[in-house]
Ligand binder design. Structure first.
Ligand code: ATP
Length: 270
């Protein structure tokens, strides 16, 4: 069977309620939801709906989640692919996969295309600093640019792309009519971490007295993904000990474990 490069989800249930914090980013993407829902309203005076926006920020801060929530709020299909899979798995077929992806998204429009890790295909051309065929990557990037330029004004497909390295991207991607909007998705501050904990504590059985503010204060530098991890680890730690509810100590143990994991990861990178 043909390897699947992109996932299509028409039933995405993700909404802005699932995205804690990120108020500024949510406000900006709310506009994209409106473009998808009421295109005629925006084109009435001759204006053109933007084709793409770049979500920029550190790993695990909710860029994918936010893109899914845009699709969920607008009730449109979500087509996604990851730049890194692309380069690794589909050598020789990158450009045709991009063509297929856009074709399908146009057929199902209004729709969202999400490209995670766009830097894997969108690095500035001529800089041969990735492991794979550079021609292949350039062909894929060129196809992406061609597809975005080829959108008619009434196509109503919006392309969201995520990166934590906007500085390495080919400037052609950022030109008007392509990814000409950048939306910053930062690590959460203490108040946002509390909100993220609240989202991920919802499904857990926890002690009534658990102090969520305390947990937020114990986790500086944690991303949303790290916090989701802490909540899950804490539930597993408590369950292993045969507890009926997760308590403060379980969370502290989980935080230690996640910090240990983060330190190990950093050691490998540097
Ligand atoms: P990467 O750059 O590594 O792809 P990302 O920015 O796309 O990361 P997500 O994949 O969206 O991050 O986040 C991973 C998970 O972390 C989410 O599915 C969610 O469970 C949790 N998470 C991250 N940010 C938030 C947030 N702001 N609110 C709630 N949960 C969050």
């Amino acid at each position: 069977s043909k390897a699947k490069l992109f996932d299509e989800k028409t039933d995405t249930k993700t909404s802005f309620k699932d995205v804690a914090g990120l108020e500024g980013a949510k406000e900006e993407v709310q506009e994209i939801v409106d473009f998808l829902k009421y295109p005629e309203k925006y084109t009435a005076l001759g204006g053109k709906i933007p084709k793409g926006a770049l979500l920029v920020g550190p790993p695990g801060t909710g860029k994918t989640l936010l893109a899914k929530a845009v699709a969920g709020e607008a009730k449109v299909p979500f087509f996604s692919l990851s730049g890194s899979d692309f380069v690794e798995m589909f050598v020789g077929v990158g450009a045709s996969r991009v063509r297929d992806l856009f074709k399908q998204a146009k057929e199902k429009s209004p729709s969202i295309i999400f490209i995670d890790e766009i830097d894997a295909i969108g690095r500035a051309r001529g800089k041969n600093n990735f492991s794979g065929s550079n021609d292949e990557r350039e062909n894929t990037l060129n196809q992406l640019l061609t597809e975005m330029d080829g959108f008619g004004t009434n196509t109503n497909v919006i392309v969201l792309a995520a990166t934590n390295r906007a500085d390495v991207l080919d400037s052609a991607l950022m030109r008007a009519g392509r990814f000409d909007r950048q939306i910053y998705v930062d690590l959460p501050d203490v108040r946002e971490r509390k909100e993220i904990f609240e989202v991920h504590l919802r499904p857990l059985k926890k002690e009534e007295t658990l102090d969520i503010e305390f947990l937020a204060k114990q986790t500086p530098g944690f991303s949303g993904a790290d916090i989701a991890n802490v909540c899950n680890e804490a539930a597993l730690i408590a369950a292993r000990k045969g507890k009926k509810a997760v308590n403060k100590q379980d969370f502290l143990d989980a935080v230690d474990r996640i910090i240990g994991g983060l330190e190990k990861k950093n050691k490998i990178i540097t």
